[in-house]
Design a protein around this ligand. Structure first.
Ligand code: ZN
Length: 322
């Protein structure tokens, strides 16, 4: 609660709180650790990457700490001591004790990541879900900058989401708010990596698009599918329409529940195809349009690319008081 209040206060007076504080943000995804250093003006002044060491939890934690320390060392000496560090992690995090409840692609399930990283880095760190961090980057410095209420979706291999309400990142009772990708939209659908059935991300994600293409008899990668749709290939367009449909339905529920000022679509798949975005907007409008009672919520493209998670982690860390 206190954290949310602090987050809310910083947007209106960034300079007062950040005050030339450098911050490190590190995004750990399925294949690589991507870190960056922000200066006090939120400019990226250094980047560092490392393939994800997956052989053990220890090697992964050591790798994360190594990238963090390298970036801290890149800050001017007078800023190193106060340099804050944030990690964006692809997994479900526990809000109270900061352990990872579940991370299907990283050896971090059940690990008290915050404690382990603070021990290795030698200073307090902030950890966040990767989609929450990406959404925070859009809210603070991107497509949701002009709004106090936003829903930011990251469509990559899976579907992550961040909910920002009244200027605060909503974490929920146990830290798992905004997991739109894992709501059931088809009780007869396939089993999800999370253990659920028919989750939205099975259908509305890069992986979902490739699966839909295969089911339609199109033997192509997601990238080829997107390219074919841009060239007007009717079969490819039909597949992307099918991928956008359940997401459009989900948007009507999210908008009805949260009343955001904007919905931001990011992620490698989410931003790759203008056709997909148009289809999503079209289908959402067809389902939701009652102009006399409820204006349509704009569906915008994310400003930040693949670095959204790292930037958001750095911003969350820079303004966290612990
Ligand atoms: Zn799921």
């Amino acid at each position: 609660m206190l954290k949310n209040h602090l987050d809310q206060s910083v947007k209106s007076d960034l300079s007062l709180v950040s005050e030339s504080r450098f911050s490190v943000g590190i995004d750990v995804g399925g294949t690589k650790i991507a870190g960056l250093l922000l200066d006090g003006n939120n400019e990226i002044v250094m980047r560092a990457t490392l393939p994800v060491p997956k052989s053990s939890t220890e090697s992964l934690l050591d790798g994360l700490a190594r990238v963090a320390l390298e970036l801290i060392d890149a800050a001017p000496s007078e800023h190193r001591e106060r340099c804050s560090v944030g990690f964006a992690i692809a997994g479900w995090l526990n809000a109270a004790s900061d352990f990872v409840r579940f991370s299907p692609h990283l050896p971090l399930t059940g690990v008290f990541v915050k404690h382990e990283l603070e021990y290795r880095v030698g200073r307090p760190v902030v950890i966040a879900n990767d989609a929450d961090a990406a959404g925070w980057a859009e809210f603070r410095l991107g497509a949701a900058l002009d709004y106090d209420d936003a829903v930011c979706l990251t469509l990559g291999t899976g579907l992550g989401s961040a909910v920002i309400a009244n200027g605060a990142l909503i974490r929920g009772a146990i830290g798992m708010a905004g997991e739109l990708g894992h709501v059931c939209i088809d009780p007869t659908g396939p089993e999800c990596a999370c253990g659920g059935i028919g989750c939205l991300e099975i259908f509305a994600s890069g992986t979902g698009a490739e699966r839909a293409a295969r089911n339609a008899g199109l033997m192509m990668t997601g990238r080829e599918l997107v390219a074919a749709a841009e060239l007007g290939d009717r079969d490819a367009c039909a597949v992307l329409d099918d991928v956008a449909r359940p997401l459009a339905q989900a948007l009507t529920m999210v908008v009805g529940t949260l009343d955001p000022g904007v919905v931001v679509i990011g992620g490698g798949f989410g931003t790759a195809s203008p056709y997909f975005l148009d289809s999503l907007r079209r289908q959402y409008a067809a389902l939701a349009s009652r102009p006399e009672s409820r204006p349509l919520v704009p569906v915008e493209v994310a400003t930040w690319g693949p670095e959204a998670g790292a930037v958001g982690a750095a911003l969350l860390a820079a303004h966290h008081k612990s």
